[in-house]
Structure formats: structure tokens, C-alpha cells
Design a protein around this ligand. Structure first.
Ligand SMILES: [Zn+2]
Length: 201
């Protein structure tokens, strides 16, 4: 572990959350597209990867896939959590749900906080895409590892300097990690699938 590493802190209230049918439908549709392309899934060692989120109507909160849900082809509302608060420097989030929010919630929070027009974020893993896009698309420093407070700061800094039509960033220090975002789940998902289709031809 890196020196000065601050462990991810999840302040979890284990309680059922209500997700509107329409929103749940959008989450499920977006995730299914990504799951089928193996941009979200599970490694042979049982560790899940990839997560998606959508902004909730309440300001500064968002609904995100729960930790350890990567292996499921279909999700139920109980597999999602509502992130109600976060603190980048303490590497901490507060969440509610029947499952804990993804440990990568802070990367999503960094996007929402920096770009108010963004309504949905998807985080996928794909080694081929990652290698192709590294330092071609906006990329966070290779020195900054996943799960560190520095990653949120690096994402924010990158976003601040990006052109408005750029909707995908590569996480240089998080092997395979790519983030895409948009006004809604459809847009965020299409942004990454568009690139995936272009490169896999
Ligand atoms: Zn990741």
C-alpha cells in the first residue's frame, strides 16, 4: 500500500431505498448494455468491476450500483445504494441501501460536483480500450491510484480543463479504468460504447 494511504470509509445505513420505476428501468437498460460487452462484470478471482450511477432528484445525492454486484447479469433495486454525502480528503462516503455503495463512488462524486450538467456516470474496465485510449483521451496521472483521495482531485482537475464535447476520461493509475458521463444514463453509456465499437472493429 502507498504511504499515507487513507482507507476508504463507508458510513452505511442499511435500509431499503426507493427507486422510481422509470429510473430503475434506465439503470437496468444501461447496465445490461455494458454487462453484455463485459465492460462491467467479474474477474475470474471473483472480484467485480464496473459501476454506474444516476443523479437523484435530491441535490448532491446519487444512486449507484452496490459493491460486489459485478457478477450479476440482472440487478434488483436491492443491489443499488443511495450516496447521500461524501468527503474527498477523508476518502469517505455516506450511503443508504440494502447493499453498500461501490468503493468507487468518490470518482462518480467528483464528476457530479465538477460538472453540474452531468446526470449520469458510468465506470467500466477494459484492458484493450484502456491501453488504446491512455494519454489519447484526457487521462489522470499514472501516479494516482484507485481508491485514493488524490484520484477524486485528479478527476476534477482534468474535467475543469476539458472541452465540453469530451465525455470520457481514462484513469491512468487505475489499470483498465475508464469513466464516461452524460446528461443521462443513455448518453453516458453510448459515449463509451461508441468508442468500444470503433476500436473493436
Ligand atoms: Zn474500477
Amino acid at each position: 500500500m502507498t504511504e499515507g494511504y487513507i482507507k476508504f470509509n463507508c458510513n452505511w445505513e442499511q435500509k431499503e431505498i426507493q427507486i422510481q420505476d422509470e429510473i430503475f428501468g434506465q439503470l437496468e437498460a444501461a447496465r445490461t448494455r455494458l454487462y453484455k460487452l463485459r465492460l462491467i462484470g467479474m474477474y475470474p478471482d471473483g472480484i467485480g468491476f464496473g459501476n454506474i450511477s444516476v443523479e437523484s432528484r435530491e441535490s448532491s445525492s446519487f444512486i449507484i450500483t452496490g459493491s460486489a454486484t459485478g457478477q450479476f447479469a440482472k440487478l434488483e433495486p436491492k443491489h443499488f445504494a443511495l450516496v447521500t454525502g461524501y468527503n474527498f480528503t477523508q476518502n469517505a462516503i455516506s450511503c443508504t441501501g440494502q447493499t453498500k455503495a461501490s468503493a468507487e463512488s468518490l470518482s462518480h462524486a467528483a464528476v457530479y460536483e465538477t460538472l453540474p450538467e452531468v446526470g449520469a456516470v458510468v465506470h467500466v474496465h477494459c484492458l484493450e480500450l484502456w491501453k488504446e485510449l491512455l494519454n489519447v483521451l484526457p487521462t489522470t496521472s499514472a501516479e494516482i491510484e484507485y481508491g485514493t483521495p488524490e484520484m477524486a482531485g485528479a478527476i476534477q482537475q482534468l474535467l475543469t480543463n476539458m472541452k465540453p464535447d469530451e465525455k470520457v476520461i481514462v484513469m491512468g493509475g487505475h489499470r483498465e479504468g475508464i469513466l464516461a458521463f452524460g446528461q443521462n444514463l443513455e448518453e453516458a453509456t453510448s459515449e463509451i460504447i461508441k468508442i468500444y465499437n470503433r476500436l473493436s472493429k
